[in-house]
Each structure stands twice: as structure tokens, then as C-alpha cells.
Design a protein around this ligand. Structure first.
Ligand SMILES: [Fe+2]
Length: 180
């Protein structure tokens, strides 16, 4: 039986294998590029729909961050000698659609609306955290150090946004406890 190390060494000594791993990397990169661009459009609407200034601000800050992440992905494409291209990300389409349903199903100016929007936004963040984490690992495997560094930066931003949303949700809980 071959050891894992030997299997990996054999895998990367075959140029067809390296090429298929690179194709997987590019596919995932195009997927998250589509997802970020889709989010640029969605976050503005989410900020508008939010009830509290805190959540509006969180979405607006993340909108700016998302624009930067989209341009950072263009840098990643460049760093591996490819043009920036999108491939439809059905998952992000679905998550954004659910976010819109959340707005339709909750009353304007309600805290329920904000609680719902936080849930939708955290689902998005978790998708992105999974995508950036995997992409960074693939980039490292392929020896794309610059790409790995850029992807890591976006990964850290997504994690921070996720934590901020958790803090916001918890502050609602705490405020409620104080009001009782
Ligand atoms: Fe993002």
C-alpha cells in the first residue's frame, strides 16, 4: 500500500494531474468571483432593508469590503496568468434569493427583520469562508504563493464579518435581557 506522502508525490509528478488540479482551482475561483459580484448588488438592498443603524452600517462596511474582495480576486487571476472570469454560483444565487424572501416575510422596521437578515448574512459568510479556505489550500498545493496570500486576506475578512454579525445578534439578546 502506498503511503499518503508517496501518493501525493506521484500525483504531482504527473503533469495531467497538476493540470486537473489547476482546473479545479480556476473553477472555484470563477465561482467565488461570481459570488462576490452578486453580493455587491445584494448588500446594498440588505442595508436598505435593515431596521437598526448598527446592522445597516455592518452591511455598508461589508459592501465596501466585498468590492475590494472582488478586485483582490482579479489580482489572484492575474497572479496565475488568467483573465478574471465568472461561472454561475448556484449556491450564492440561492442564498441571496433566501435573503430577499427574508425581507418579504418580515415587517419593515422590526427587530425580527434584522434577526432574519443576520441569519441570511451569516449563511453567506459561511459559504465564503469555506470557499476561501479551500481556495487558499489549493493555491498552496499548486505553489501559487501570491494567490494563497491574497486568498488568506479575504478569508480573514470574512471570518471577522461573521464574528461581527454574531456580536450584533448577541447584543440584541443582551439588550432584551436588560430591558426585562
Ligand atoms: Fe466576500
Amino acid at each position: 500500500m502506498a503511503s499518503f506522502q508517496d501518493s501525493v508525490k506521484n500525483f504531482f509528478s504527473n503533469s495531467d494531474n497538476v493540470e486537473s488540479m489547476r482546473e479545479l482551482f480556476l473553477h472555484e475561483l470563477r465561482d467565488i468571483y461570481y459570488a462576490e459580484n452578486k453580493l455587491v448588488m445584494a448588500l446594498g438592498r440588505m442595508a436598505e432593508a435593515a431596521t437598526t443603524d448598527e446592522l445597516k452600517m455592518a452591511f455598508q462596511t461589508h459592501l465596501q469590503e466585498t468590492r475590494n474582495q472582488s478586485s483582490r480576486l482579479e489580482q489572484v487571476f492575474r497572479s496565475v496568468g488568467e483573465d478574471a472570469e465568472e461561472v454561475t454560483c448556484e449556491a450564492m444565487d440561492g442564498l441571496v434569493e433566501e435573503g430577499e424572501e427574508m425581507v418579504d416575510e418580515t415587517a419593515p422596521n422590526s427587530l425580527t427583520r434584522d434577526a432574519g437578515l443576520i441569519i441570511s448574512a451569516q449563511k453567506v459568510e459561511h459559504y465564503e469562508i469555506a470557499a476561501y479556505g479551500s481556495l487558499r489550500t489549493l493555491a498552496r498545493m499548486l505553489g501559487y504563493q501570491e494567490a494563497a496570500r491574497l486568498l488568506e486576506q479575504s478569508l480573514e475578512e470574512e471570518k471577522k464579518t461573521d464574528a461581527l454579525l454574531t456580536d450584533l445578534a448577541e447584543s440584541f439578546v443582551n439588550q432584551r435581557a436588560m430591558a426585562e
